[in-house]
Design a protein around this ligand. Structure first.
Ligand code: PAF
Length: 295
């Protein structure tokens, strides 16, 4: 494998568990894993860079996990762009890419899976039943196969990150979980593999999501209820736009439980929003902090 700090060469690409085990045995030092479903964009690039700064070796997994897609969701049409993804991994200095097939990850239909628990049933979990069970199951399998010391996930999927942290805590998984900041287009749109589905007009409607979050952020000094009101006012425009946003949720939640917070809340919070523009499901969020009433 490449030595530390060499960027731009080709990473070792493995497709099977045996190949992965052989390469893993050669890893020296701290190994970081960046789990992805491919269709890599600038957000993934920043995750790989974030991982490189915090570990000796970086592995990227690329696997579109069928278990986390519900009926009628976009599993079949989810973009699969392995050649471009490998070029991104090389350019960002990843050392290892694990790109298993469906039958390598799931040789038979799994009977034992991870149950996400109460946090898996609220917010995004309420909009996508079963999604977090499937996501946690594949992340746990990746942890078992790759055996990373540290794993890096995007804060863009804030509830996913909170659930993975909770799984690692509850099941004593020996992995340090790190969240890396959301990357945005200059006009505020959060980078997502699903953005490529958007037509020009749909993208204009999608921009209301980040605009609503910024409006909510501006209202922080007035307290939680004002934050939600300010964001909702902006989203009303999106619901009335052409094409319209079909709003799934707008919530202000505790970052570690994803339970909604009350107006007396102080400390950290996450303002999270999701909806569909055309057939495309989009999510976004902003971490906020409410000053304590005494200060
Ligand atoms: O965030 C994603 O791309 C996926 O949910 C993950 C963590 C790779 C699991 O399939």
């Amino acid at each position: 494998m490449r030595g530390r700090g060499e960027v731009g060469g080709a990473p070792v690409v493995v497709r099977t568990r045996d190949e992965l085990a052989a390469v893993r045995a050669d890893v020296r030092g701290r190994l970081a894993l960046v789990p992805t479903m491919g269709a890599l964009h600038g957000g993934h690039r920043s995750l790989i860079r974030y991982a490189r700064e915090r570990a000796d070796m970086v592995a990227v997994s690329i696997f579109v996990n069928p278990l986390q897609f519900g009926p009628g969701e976009d599993f079949d049409r989810y973009p699969r762009t392995l050649d471009e993804d490998l070029a991104v991994c090389a350019a960002e200095g990843a050392d290892l890419v694990f790109a298993p097939s469906g039958s390598v990850m799931y040789p038979s239909r799994p009977q034992v899976t991870i149950a996400a628990g109460p946090m898996g049933e609220v917010v995004e979990g309420a909009a996508r039943p079963g999604h977090f069970d499937g996501m946690l199951t594949v992340v746990m399998k990746l942890f078992q196969l790759v055996r990373p010391d540290v794993a890096v996930f995007g804060e863009k999927d804030a509830q996913q990150l909170a659930m993975i942290r909770r799984m690692v805590l509850d099941l004593n998984v020996p992995v340090e979980v790190l969240g890396a900041p959301t990357v945005r287009e200059p006009d505020g749109l959060a980078l997502s593999s699903r953005n490529r589905y958007l037509s020009e007009e749909e993208r204009v409607t999608a921009l209301f999501l980040s605009r609503a979050l910024r409006a909510g952020e501006d209202a922080v000094p007035e307290g939680p209820a004002a934050v939600v009101r300010a964001a909702r006012d902006v989203l009303d425009g999106a619901v009335a736009a052409e094409p319209p946003l079909a709003l799934d949720y707008l919530v202000l939640v505790d970052p570690s439980t994803f339970c909604e917070i009350g107006d007396a809340h102080s400390g950290p919070a996450v303002l999270a929003v999701a909806g569909r523009v055309g057939a495309t499901h989009l999510i976004d969020n902003l971490p906020l902090r409410f000053p304590s009433k005494e200060s």
